[in-house]
Design a protein around this ligand. Structure first.
Ligand code: FES
Ligand SMILES: [Fe+2]
Length: 419
């Protein structure tokens, strides 16, 4: 147990507040999920993949493969780089760096969302510091060129001295962007087209049922982690709850009792909460899935929404770092009601924020750094994912599929164990 995990107060486990938003088809879906989890709880079973799956450890170590993953996955697919509530008003922005690409997203004076490279077209300075804010213009700190919130170049300091050029061709470089289901999806390659409906497919109604567009951001915190694939594996199975999280997650969740659903590239892994043991014989119409089913909705490659339909949610978004052994995760706490000014409520939210951070960093990622060390000395061997870890298997199958579909000559492919 790590120092950080020791510091997690056992009584600080976040309360599962019932949600107000679960209705209609979303409630039916949730009831069906609870039915499956009740059967597993009774039978001491869990959803299973068809077979075990082996992943070569070299896929977590190979610098060239890591660079290819960034090119073929992270720069090709729509990434949910912001929540709509992070650009809550007209003239708001969020600036971040994603796999080495500085990006600024804005909501302009008409409420329309834009995404651009956060790079000045004069001499390449970064324009906005990372973070969120409001402004009527994006002004470069180097020589004060000023851009509209749609990226157009509007103002040049000392323009009469600068000389002639085509201002209309020197706007910020725009990136494809779509706002959908309370999320802002950006593609890091200019000129690619985002077809969000086919990318999300039948995951769209699942995401829309979460009503993220009505949520408010309470907090955002960055945490370093191991290789991005090691980091994401920890989100997608509940096989480790009884051991790694015995004093935290395991207090509210059953271990190794989960259901798995896939939606195109995306997936949903849902865990039985301990409360479910009190309702095994209750009639379905009395069930409250929000108190009995712990859901991770997962937008590929790594946007994790934990807490699903509840009043408070934790969002984790692990992204590759600057080398194959590093990732960086933004962890956010979302609430359905406007941020309270009541001290007690704020305190509860702070406890929840710190609890999620300490569990994810202190337990999952500290273990992940150990995994990274482990794979570095077992080159040529494989990891094995059990039939009871279908979510982890699925994300690796999806990575392999997209790497193959997007493959370009000269770039490596993941090593795959044929069965
Ligand atoms: S680099 Fe931005 S104004 Fe000169
Ligand atoms: Fe975990």
């Amino acid at each position: 147990m790590t120092e950080l995990a020791d510091a997690v107060e056992a009584d600080a486990v976040p309360a599962y507040l019932p949600s107000a938003v679960l209705d209609g088809a979303a409630r039916e879906d949730a009831i069906a999920m609870m039915r499956r989890l009740i059967a597993h709880t009774r039978n001491k079973t869990t959803d299973q993949a068809e077979s075990t799956f082996e992943e070569p450890v070299d896929n977590y170590l190979d610098e060239e493969l890591f660079a290819a993953e960034i090119e073929l996955i992270f720069k090709r697919i729509p990434l949910p780089l912001a929540l709509s509530c992070e650009l809550p008003t007209k003239n708001s922005y969020k600036a971040i760096e994603v796999v080495g690409v500085p990006v600024v997203m804005t909501r302009d004076s008409k409420g329309v969302v834009h995404a651009m490279l956060n790079v000045c077209r004069h001499r390449g300075s970064l324009i906005c510091k990372e973070g969120t804010g409001t402004s009527r213009a994006l002004t470069c700190p180097y020589h004060a060129w000023s851009y509209g919130m749609d990226g157009s170049l509007n103002g040049i300091y000392g323009e009469h001295t600068f000389g002639e050029f085509d201002k209309s061709s020197r706007g910020l470089i725009t990136l494809p962007v779509v706002e959908k289901a309370g999320l802002i999806f950006v593609c890091l390659t200019p000129g690619l087209v985002i077809d969000i409906d086919s990318w999300l497919g039948d995951f769209t109604p699942v995401l829309e049922s979460l009503k993220l567009d009505e949520c408010h951001l309470f907090s955002s915190r960055m945490m370093p982690g191991p290789n991005w694939k090691v980091a994401i594996e920890g989100y997608l199975e509940g096989y480790h709850f009884a051991s790694l999280h015995k004093d935290t997650v395991f207090k509210t969740n059953l271990s190794n009792t989960a259901i798995f659903d896939s939606f195109g590239a995306h997936e949903r892994v849902s865990f039985a909460l301990r409360e479910i043991e009190n309702h095994l014989d209750d009639p379905e119409e009395t069930w409250d899935p929000t108190a009995n089913v712990g859901v991770i909705n997962w937008i590929f490659p790594g946007f994790s929404i934990a807490g699903g339909w509840r009043q408070r949610m934790a969002i984790g978004f692990p992204l590759p770092g600057t080398s194959v052994t590093e990732s960086m995760t933004e962890q956010r706490i979302l609430v359905r009601t406007p941020i309270p000014d009541d001290e007690q409520e704020i305190h509860e939210l702070e406890v929840m924020r710190d609890w999620f951070y300490d569990v994810t960093y202190g337990e999952d990622y500290i273990t992940g750094f150990g995994v990274q060390k482990g794979v570095s000395v077992t080159g040529g061997k494989t990891q094995i994912f059990g039939r009871n870890e279908p979510g982890v298997q699925y994300v690796h199958r999806t990575i392999n599929r997209l790497m193959t579909e997007h493959h370009r000559e000269g770039l490596p492919l993941p090593r795959v164990i044929e069965r």
